[in-house]
Design a protein around this ligand. Structure first.
Ligand SMILES: [Zn+2]
Length: 248
């Protein structure tokens, strides 16, 4: 469930949990078994998730300078990736005259650590290169979020027995999703920066609005029935909202 470092001590009388820099440490009295410790850790799941989300808060200094440059960082599905901007190789285009246009267009490759953005030579050297990079990223996040949401939405709709009448994606400045009176859902494309469990929470939240167009107690009870990580998802969004955007 959680990875943690476990220390037994003969001096300890009680169990102690500590979350530091995204790492959970458990200190236990030596008369307890590992299974007993595990059960205790599980019973504190919500508290731990909250602390973990908060302790992974990115440092604001490095993110406020985000400028679509090489070496800047950006979250993709909850994992920080380093941006690498590369120039499309001309040789490649000439050697393959039958290439379709997408090959010479800019594109994005995601690796475990990097987000590689390939630009055509002209755009790569353009003085307003950041505008091209921004446009590419915006389109890419649109594709990523729509792919994910459209794959899981039908599952949640079935489970909750609530069905949307259309889904749209766009960039919102200050909201993650919405549900209108015609039961059409809209999601912020930049949710693709958040971990999957956070996106799932937003989907369930908006589906629940089909039944309750408010944030009443019954609304939250409905959300809680289908999402078991409401608190940690909200905490994650709160901790990261500053970096979940594409500056103009
Ligand atoms: Zn709401």
């Amino acid at each position: 469930m959680f990875n943690y470092q476990l220390y037994f001590s003969k001096k300890r009388k009680t169990l102690g949990l500590q979350v530091k820099k995204g790492q959970l440490t458990v200190r236990a009295p030596s008369f307890l078994t590992e299974a007993q410790v595990e059960a205790f850790v599980l019973s504190k799941k919500l508290w731990i998730e909250k602390k973990l989300a908060l302790s992974q808060q990115p440092d604001i200094k490095s993110t406020s300078t985000f400028d679509y440059s090489d070496g800047d960082t950006l979250f993709v599905f909850g994992i920080k990736r380093i941006i690498s901007i590369q120039q499309q190789r001309l040789v490649h285009e000439k050697q393959n005259p039958l290439n379709n246009t997408s090959d010479v267009d800019s594109n994005i490759t995601l690796t475990s650590q990097q987000l590689i953005i390939t630009l055509p030579t002209e755009q790569y050297h353009a003085s307003d290169r950041r505008l091209f990079v921004r446009a590419i990223l915006q389109q890419w996040f649109d594709e990523q979020i729509s792919q994910y949401v459209l794959s899981v939405l039908p599952v949640f709709e079935q489970q909750m027995n609530l069905f949307s009448q259309g889904v749209k994606f766009r960039i919102y400045k200050s909201r993650w999703g919405s549900c209108n009176s015609r039961q059409q859902l809209t999601f912020n494309s930049l949710l693709a920066m958040a971990p999957h469990y956070v996106i799932d929470y937003v989907i369930i939240h908006e589906l629940a609005h089909i039944k309750h167009m408010n944030h009443s107690i019954i609304f939250w009870q409905l959300v809680d029935c289908y999402c078991h990580q409401v608190d940690s998802a909200k905490t994650w969004l709160k901790a990261h909202h500053k970096v979940l955007h594409l500056p103009d």
